[in-house]
Design a protein around this ligand. Structure first.
Ligand SMILES: C[S@@+](CC[C@H](N)C(=O)[O-])C[C@H]1O[C@@H](n2cnc3c(N)ncnc32)[C@H](O)[C@@H]1O
Length: 275
């Protein structure tokens, strides 16, 4: 069902590289999101867009053996890694499920909390998709992690410039495009006021938002891993292996020419209650 989804194809293709940047990026953000949700032992958590489990696994630790986490994603290959990690941690309170977060059945019993790290802006019709997810947690809490304004900006702009040069095709800027000229979903939630107002508009109350500062040294290894292990990888689709290697070299050189020594991976963490 989810295998033909273009995002599933892209994210499955990241699976060998995704966890290369987990220590610097996905991991700290996922843990900060779960800390902000203040999960209690025994709670039931729905974690969507789980990837390799950066937030789902800390959630399972937080709710303990009497609690439970359902971790949902469309990319089976990332989920396989999440399962391996959960087993390595001895977790028996997590189900890792391949499913589309926009088409979930009503839960047998409502969840206490929903977590979603770097996922909401990938959901088609973000507002309606999140409204549907809120129906899964009546009386519960929602926690969302997204890129902060300026995160990855120079980095991804440099990458797309090099993609454009190599392909001869003009490239859009980074991010998930929306139909028409509307702001991209990723830009609609990229500041404290924006994400606070957005969640409030969906009916979430008492929204608390923090900025997690995540500056990562821009080593050659990190830079290319961040391309291969994130949605940015989608831009590599039309290139041969030789072209990809050329692109890697050009990109690393361009980062050096621009004196980009640090990648801004700052993350917004927003949590709130669902009446
Ligand atoms: C940038 S990754 C984040 C993964 C993980 N939350 C983390 O922080 O490491 C975005 C994830 O969203 C998933 N995703 C995108 N659209 C989805 C959908 N409709 N339903 C479930 N997962 C989806 C992708 O497969 C991918 O694993």
């Amino acid at each position: 069902m989810t295998g033909d989804n273009v995002l599933a194809v892209i994210f499955n293709s990241t699976s060998n590289d995704f966890d290369s940047v987990t220590p610097q990026v996905w991991g700290p953000a996922g843990r900060a999101l779960i800390d902000a949700l203040r999960l209690q032992p025994g709670e039931r958590v729905l974690d969507v867009c789980s990837g390799t489990g950066a937030s789902a696994i800390p959630a399972a630790h937080a709710v303990g053996p009497t609690g439970h986490v359902d971790a949902i994603d469309i990319a089976d290959d990332l989920l396989a890694r999440a399962r391996t990690k959960a087993a390595a941690d001895g977790l028996t309170n997590i189900d890792v499920i391949c499913a589309d977060a926009t088409a979930l059945p009503a839960p047998e019993s409502p969840y206490d909390a929903l977590s979603c790290a770097f996922g909401v802006f990938f959901l088609p019709d973000m507002d309606n998709a999140v409204r549907g997810l809120l129906d899964q947690i009546p009386g519960g809490r929602i926690g969302v992690a997204v890129w902060h304004d300026g995160a990855l900006a120079d980095f991804s702009a440099t990458f797309f410039e090099e993609v454009a040069t190599l392909s001869g095709q003009p490239q859009p800027t980074a991010g998930v495009r929306s139909a028409s000229d509307e702001p991209r979903p990723i830009n609609r939630v990229e500041t404290v006021p924006l994400i606070t107002d957005w969640l409030t508009s969906l009916g979430v109350v008492e929204v608390r938002t923090q900025v997690l500062s995540l500056p990562v040294p821009c080593t050659d290894e990190f830079a290319w891993s961040m391309i291969l292990g994130s949605g940015l990888r989608g831009a590599l689709g039309g290139f041969s292996d030789d072209q990809r290697e050329q692109l890697r070299r050009n990109f690393i050189q361009a980062l050096s020419d621009k004196d980009i020594r640090e990648v801004n991976c700052d993350t917004l963490i927003a949590v709130g209650g669902v009446p």
